[in-house]
Design a protein around this ligand. Structure first.
Ligand code: PLP
Length: 388
């Protein structure tokens, strides 16, 4: 029997990190001490009060059955309250305007199933989180890339979208605080997004996974600006905020038709997030947020060591405004893959070539501070002694 992958899987672009992964495995086999600054996964544990909430919820038989598709009413209410308190986005209807997700990636992937038909254009940031483009293509949609340029603060230039493309566009993805550039959006930018979206009848899908990992002002939500709730949905995650990447819990909020469409897909795919995890998530977003302040301070301290250290060593580092990522410009004459390759083989540092997030990332590697401070210091020392 001949087993053939579907076209959509065969057409996936080649895995850009394959070469780095192979080298990483080989170096580890040789016993080399690698400092992994490649992965965007918090190294610290989930705060104790959240773990404790999960422990007691896990023992409750009422949580052992199938969850509701859209999420527990108490979790959706807690999410609506969080939006009111943190962003001033008041009056979200937990029944119609909030849906629980099994991590925000699940919702981001499934959203186009509800709203993208074959031939629809989807406006996708480049560089950007790969799931936006992948699921657009899975649905037969057409990706129109929006370049994020350093000289524009890594914000897309919506005026550069040809009107003929904008007319055919169904969805626009935005993601601030941004992975991989660590850039922020302003409310003025969000206002211009609303105007563009309403002019061309485009759905705005905002990915706010990093909203709580910031270094000065708390970043706004897209839904704060007038008109956003007419055209937008926002994907929120507990993963990065509370060191909960392994728990798989997030939520989407926004326009009821958009939330409802996503919910309809989900009723045909999954059976909701484990309710004990939702109970722990309620504890996370409803309790005082001191643990998040501690998490932010930890990243900030690490980031200062990394950025200052690399700059002193002569590297061009783009100061991150938020997230636990930062971009380093490639030294002259190096591609992102070559620079990341040398960091790995000669300094034992795992970095991500930023072109893994789209061709717009060429010119940079991305480092994270998801490693203890002494390891970050060690990484800086190793880069200093590298002859590039
Ligand atoms: C920009 C962005 N959005 C969404 C996610 C998904 O996070 P999760 O599914 O853990 O909520 C990630 C994870 O790295 C991300 O970088």
């Amino acid at each position: 029997m001949k087993i053939e992958l579907a076209q959509r899987i065969r057409q996936l672009p080649p895995y850009l990190f394959a070469d780095i992964d192979r080298k990483k495995a080989e170096l580890r086999r040789q016993g080399k001490d690698l400092i992994d600054l490649g992965i965007g996964d918090p190294d610290q544990p989930t705060p104790g009060h959240i773990v404790a909430a999960m422990q007691s919820a896990a023992a409750e038989a009422k949580y052992h059955r199938y969850p509701s598709y859209e999420g527990m009413a108490t979790f959706r209410q807690a999410a609506a309250n969080f939006y009111a308190e943190r962003f001033g986005v008041r009056g979200l209807d937990p029944e119609r305007e909030v849906v629980a997700l099994i991590g925000s990636k699940e919702g981001i992937g499934h959203f186009p199933v509800a709203f993208v038909d074959p031939g629809d254009v989807v406006l996708v940031p480049d560089p950007g989180y790969p799931v936006y483009a992948t699921w657009t293509r899975f649905m037969g949609g057409e990706v129109h890339s929006l370049r994020l340029e350093r000289n524009n603060g890594f914000l897309p230039d919506l005026a550069s979208v040809p009107p003929a493309v904008a007319e055919r566009a169904k969805v626009l993805w935005i993601n601030y605080p941004n992975n991989p550039t660590a850039a922020l959006a302003t409310r003025d930018f969000y206002q211009s997004v609303v105007e563009f979206a309403l002019q061309y009848n485009i759905i705005v899908a905002s990915d706010l996974a990093y909203s709580e990992i910031y270094y000065d002002e708390p970043p706004p939500s897209f839904l704060e600006v007038p008109g956003a709730r007419e055209c937008g949905i926002e994907f929120h995650s507990l993963s990065k905020t509370y060191n909960m990447t392994g728990w798989r819990i997030g939520f989407a909020v926004g326009n009821a038709a958009l939330v409802g469409g996503l919910g309809k897909v989900k009723t045909n795919v999954d059976s909701g997030a484990f309710e004990a995890v939702q109970a722990a998530a309620i504890a996370a977003i409803s309790s005082p947020q001191d643990c998040v302040e501690t998490i932010r301070r930890t990243y900030q301290e690490r980031m200062e060591v990394l950025v200052t250290g690399l700059r002193t060593a002569g590297y061009d580092v783009i100061a991150p405004r938020a997230t636990f990522y930062c971009l380093i410009a490639n030294p002259t004459g190096y591609s992102s893959a070559e620079f990341a390759g040398r960091l790995l083989t000669e300094a034992g540092i795992v970095a991500t070539p930023a072109n893994g997030f789209g061709p717009g990332g060429e010119g940079y590697v991305r480092l994270t501070v998801c490693a203890p401070l002494p390891r970050i210091r060690e990484a800086v020392e190793r880069v200093r002694s590298l002859k590039i």
